[in-house]
Design a protein around this ligand. Structure first.
Ligand SMILES: Nc1nc2c(ncn2[C@@H]2O[C@H](COP(=O)(O)OP(=O)(O)OP(=O)(O)O)[C@@H](O)[C@H]2O)c(=O)[nH]1
Ligand SMILES: [Mg+2]
Length: 455
């Protein structure tokens, strides 16, 4: 690794969120975070890597006996120019390594040239007991800034600012649990000001991080478009000898079909989690606290569109594709036939909404039969899939890596999100969905582009 790379040691009292900050900034969910004080025992570097260009964050244990350490240092350095050397001597001293293992561990990266990110808790009052550790950090001579982490609330942020500004040129409030991506980039901008020789490099890191974020969004649209295409076209079939056998395999086929569909959706969710480096976030469709199950038509409208919305959609694309009406809506289309394409779409929409897929039994040319189930013919189906996915996308893409609790589930109105798109994009989306449930070829790239606008 390039030794001139920008590196920052995250230091402070035990249990103030140092590891949480490293986890969020390095997008690494495997770093140990715990409510127990003294969780981090060793200094560990985490490389934030983007296209070979990156920087390093070093997670460290908390100060345990800063006053005693300061006393030791003061005996070694009688004037200011000797201080950084005293800190280096402290790290190398065998007796200190035995007596002050945490301080040796946390000061080592500073002696090796890391800048200091000093973390405090803005929900707890300031006290002079912090002064010894701030003094030690100053002695190291490294560039430094302070981060106030408002763990429970912001009630003591102001007094902390007043105290910290006397020791640190830069003081920022940063909450690793909910600081969104732009706030993370803002913090990096502040890092870039710490040491002029790192600035250009860190600018490049920020630009790479932004590119990567865009790429993750594009990947999400690709994952979703493939999912919706696969689900809409899927068919399960089985060869049998007699029509009686065909009746027997029907329920098995249906079960296999739904199992496949559920697995396929789960696979897309896993891909989405991996895309945002959240593979350890356990989430399965069954664990979602909110209904509906993917195939519970009654509750679908939470995710997809309501019957009325679906009807409007069908009217919108009906003019273009209304001419072809599938068998499921043949009865209704007969009645509405004289009125025009828009109305045909309208009728088909709500008729189809209670029906997902159907069986087909075909005689085979040589012998026997083929029973099949699917593909899907329900018009709401693609919207349900898109709605569910977008909902999870919003949760996962905004989730900081320090967050370890379960995803909180709430419903989002897909209809509103679609309504925010430009009319031409709305139409394109509806036309694609219509084609998907009619199993016609779709332009997958166009669908991806439209889905990207929804993300
Ligand atoms: N609600 C909330 N909890 C936080 C925040 N930051 C840290 N915590 C919690 O505080 C505890 C300590 O966080 P860590 O990141 O492990 O703290 P640390 O400073 O690395 O602790 P040590 O390694 O023990 O020195 C954990 O339970 C975190 O979940 C925050 O901003 N908000
Ligand atoms: Mg820690």
């Amino acid at each position: 690794m390039n030794e001139n790379i920008a590196k920052f040691a995250v230091v402070g009292h035990p249990n103030k969120g140092k590891s949480s900050i490293v986890s969020t900034l390095s997008h690494n969910e495997s770093i140990r975070i715990s409510s127990q004080s003294g969780t981090t025992k060793k200094s560990t570097g985490f490389h934030v890597d983007n296209n070979n260009c990156g920087y390093k964050l070093i997670d460290t244990p908390g100060f345990q006996r800063p006053r005693k350490v300061l006393t030791w240092l003061k005996q070694k350095a009688s004037s200011a120019e000797m201080r950084s050397k005293a800190v280096a001597d402290f790290v190398d001293d065998l007796q200190c390594q035995r007596d002050f293992p945490d301080e040796v561990e946390l000061l080592k990266p500073l002696v090796d040239g890391a800048a200091i990110l000093y973390v405090v808790d803005g929900s707890r009052p300031y006290g002079p007991e912090y002064e010894a550790e701030m003094e030690i950090l100053r002695w190291s001579g490294q560039p430094s800034m302070a981060l106030i982490n408002p763990i429970e609330n912001t009630s003591h942020v102001e007094p902390w600012k007043n105290a910290l500004e006397q020791y640190f040129k830069m003081v920022r409030v940063f909450n690793p649990m909910d600081a969104e991506f732009t706030k993370q980039i803002d913090l990096l901008k502040a890092f870039a000001m710490l040491k002029p020789s790192w600035a250009e490099h860190l600018e490049q890191v920020m630009s790479d991080l932004n590119d990567k974020r865009q790429q993750q969004k594009r990947n999400s649209a690709i994952i979703l478009s493939r999912l919706v295409e696969d689900l809409c076209f899927y068919q399960e079939s089985q060869k049998v000898l007699t029509e009686d056998q065909a009746e027997i395999v029907k329920p098995l086929l249906e079960k296999k079909y739904y199992n496949w569909m559920i697995k396929r959706e789960q696979k897309a969710i896993d891909q989405l989690l991996a895309n945002y480096k959240h593979s350890q976030t356990k989430l399965s469709i069954d664990e979602l606290s909110l209904p509906p199950d993917l195939f519970d038509c009654e509750k679908w409208y939470l995710w997809g569109l309501s019957k009325n919305q679906l009807a409007t959609v069908s009217a919108m694309v009906g003019a273009a594709v209304g001419a072809s009406v599938d068998l499921a809506v043949a009865g209704a289309s007969f009645m509405a036939g004289a009125i025009g394409g828009g109305v045909l779409g309208f009728t088909g929409a709500w008729l189809g909404a209670d029906k997902l897929a159907s069986f087909d039994i075909k005689g085979l040319p040589l012998d026997g039969f083929e029973v099949s189930y699917g593909p899907i013919s329900n018009k709401n189906f693609p919207y349900v899939i898109i709605g569910r996915f977008i909902y999870l996308y919003q949760q996962i893409s905004e989730r900081n890596h320090a967050k370890r609790e379960a995803l909180e589930i709430e419903t989002k109105e897909l209809h509103q999100q679609i309504a925010n798109l430009e009319k031409s994009s709305q139409k394109l989306l509806h036309q694609s969905c219509e084609k998907l449930v009619k199993h016609r070829d779709i332009d997958i790239e166009k669908l991806q582009q439209t889905l990207l606008l929804l993300l």
